[in-house]
Design a protein around this ligand. Structure first.
Ligand code: OXD
Ligand code: MN
Length: 591
């Protein structure tokens, strides 16, 4: 085995070198390559990936620096059935996670990884989750035999030298091993060993399974560390709303996968909101910690966006469209004859012909979709014209509001505010959403997805709720908590709210509530906008009656909702904080 660039970016940190050497002995790659994160390295690896057919160079006049990747058709989404939390006791993982004993799982995974990199290169990716210099930032290493993973991690994290410098001699880093093997679903395991700060992922090269900084480290391992260390690792976007006078209100929001987090994080206010701006800090993950002034401070640990492509266009998300015009890797969209990309919901007419995400000829008459519904872009966040300068502030931003939401055709009003923190935790804990294509499985059923963390909580969900309740004691000036639903429909199936940029109106009411400016009325669910305190101006055709409909409380629907919520509570019963059971009783009484 050779170490191709030993000396240029390797480290003398003994914990790192010993661990990398161990893993290299296990996987037996032909060479070990230490990534330094430089532009020269990016160019060289990209050229190699193109030569190997892993990437196709897109039309550089239209899309400078952009590349195209097709995954194995059996490997297009996160696989929750193959995702494990390996803790000493099953109870620590809890009933919503797959569990396996660490010893057994290490043996199985090492068996699969042994010798699996013959003829291949093992890339060592040192990376940061969080801005350099932040006390909240953490270091991870991913060892991978996928050049696509290296180039994607380069977009999604701050990687290379910067991470080695941040780590210094410390042994406090996440250890991630990723082996593609033969990309066979029968040998696909995404395993977390929170007690060892270790991740082993084999048999998949799809983003959420293979870019280990994101879901695996920042959320599953992150949530485990956060509980021990007194902070929160959450599946939340972070945005800053700036008023015409320059006042900034920071908001974190949790929505399940593919419910429009990226769109909301990049919202452009409608024209009559003159002087208002929405700045993006993050679109998927928030790490939040109480600050010295008693407020909750958030950083986005990521450096890029790994967004769902279909449905993205200049109307739904202009900032995302602008972000993906250069230096972007597209995965599983359609490829046009002039090496441009296309997907369902892109602006303009479909191409007369193209290759679909599997590489098969496609025309508008084809029955299959051209782009996979979970096709993705990986784009650097610095491409976003509305990237908040604070996105790299080591101190993070103070959060005034936390929003929970789901995709619900019925039951859930457009917006309501929790009475207090514990009520807000109850609202987050009982969140439900219709399933989407971001995870393998049936699309369209309502499933409980507490705080959008069901697939991402690295320990017992009941204990996770308890941690949220305990956090209240550490936050002297807690954010206000809200619930929103952009997706409510009438009995005839039409959306009762226009969504997209118009969600600004909801955001404005939320910010006004946090800043003591808007009135609200008490309902059994929580506080809702008082008449005249929610802006419906310049929304042609949208009536007060429609607003009342989208805000209405349908008692039979709530009866069903409470029964469905019970299923989750029964599942978690042995670890469920009694505060949540009381909240449920109070809600039943109010209804
Ligand atoms: C994602 C997801 O990819 O939540 O962000 O699935
Ligand atoms: Mn996500």
């Amino acid at each position: 085995m050779e170490t191709s660039n030993l000396g240029s970016c390797n480290t003398t940190n003994p914990a790192v070198t010993a661990w990398v050497a161990d893993q290299a002995r296990l996987c037996e790659p032909d060479q070990v390559y230490w990534c330094d994160g430089s532009t020269a390295e990016k160019d060289a690896l990209t050229a190699q990936a193109v030569a190997a057919g892993v990437l196709i160079q897109l039309n550089q006049e239209k899309l400078p620096g952009c590349y195209y990747h097709r995954s194995n058709p059996n490997d297009v989404a996160r696989v929750e059935q193959c995702t494990f939390i390996c803790t000493e006791f099953e109870e620590e993982a809890g009933p919503t996670n797959n569990w396996a004993p660490p010893g057994e799982m290490y043996t199985k995974l090492q068996g699969l990884a042994r010798g699996s990199m013959h003829g291949r290169t093992m890339y060592v990716i040192p990376y940061l989750m969080g801005p350099p210099g932040s006390p909240m930032t953490k270091v991870g290493f991913e060892l991978t035999d996928s050049i696509y993973v290296v180039l994607s991690m380069r977009i999604m994290t701050r990687m290379g030298r910067v991470a080695l410098d941040h780590l210094g001699d410390s042994s406090d880093f996440n250890r991630g091993l990723h082996c593609m093997l033969d990309v066979n679903p029968d040998r696909r395991y995404i395993c977390h060993f929170p007690q060892d700060n270790t991740i082993i992922s084999v048999g998949s090269a799809y983003g959420g399974n293979a870019l280990l900084g994101k879901k695996c480290f920042a959320l599953r391992i992150g949530s485990y560390l956060a509980r021990r260390q007194g902070w929160l690792a959450e599946h939340m976007l972070i945005l800053g709303l700036e008023s015409p006078t320059g006042e900034k209100t920071y908001v974190a929001a949790a929505f399940p996968s593919a419910c429009g987090k990226t769109n909301f994080a990049m919202l452009i206010p409608p024209p009559h909101y003159k002087g208002w701006k929405v700045w993006t800090i993050g679109d998927d993950i928030a790490w939040m910690k109480p600050g010295p002034d008693g407020r909750l401070y958030a950083i986005n640990p990521e450096a890029g966006y790994f967004g769902v492509v279909p449905g993205t266009n200049y109307k739904s998300n202009p900032n995302a469209m602008n972000s993906i015009q250069r230096d972007t890797i597209y995965t599983n969209v359609a490829l046009t004859p002039d090496l441009d990309v296309w997907w369902e919901g892109k602006d303009g007419p479909p191409p007369a012909e193209c290759l679909d995400w599997k590489g098969q000829p496609w025309t508008p008459e084809s029955k299959e979709k051209a782009a996979h519904p979970n096709s993705r872009f990986a784009a650097p966040m610095t491409n976003n014209p509305m990237l908040a300068p604070e996105a790299s502030d080591p101190n993070g931003v103070p959060i005034s509001a936390i929003i929970f939401g789901g995709r619900r055709a019925d039951t859930m009003p457009l917006v309501y505010q929790a009475f207090n923190w514990i009520h807000g935790v109850y609202i987050g804990a009982t969140m439900g959403s219709e399933t989407t294509a971001a995870a393998a499985g049936t699309v369209g059923n309502v499933r409980r997805d507490p705080m959008a963390m069901l697939p991402f909580c690295g320990y017992n969900m009941g204990e996770y709720f308890r941690h949220w309740i305990t956090m209240r004691k550490l936050i002297r000036r807690p954010p206000r908590i809200f619930h929103v639903n952009w997706f409510r429909k009438s009995a005839a199936g039409e959306f009762l709210w226009p969504g997209f940029g118009e969600n600004m109106r909801v955001l404005k009411w939320i910010a006004d509530r946090c800043n003591g400016r808007a009135n609200a009325d008490e309902t059994p669910l929580g506080w809702v906008p008082s008449g005249g305190h929610f802006d419906l101006g310049e929304l042609p055709g949208y009536t007060n009656a429609k607003f009342e409909q989208v805000q209405s409380i349908d008692y039979p629907e709530w009866r069903r909702e409470l029964l469905q919520q019970d299923e989750l509570f029964m599942k978690l019963y042995s670890h469920l904080p009694k505060e949540l059971i009381f909240q449920r009783e109070l809600l039943v009484a109010r209804l």
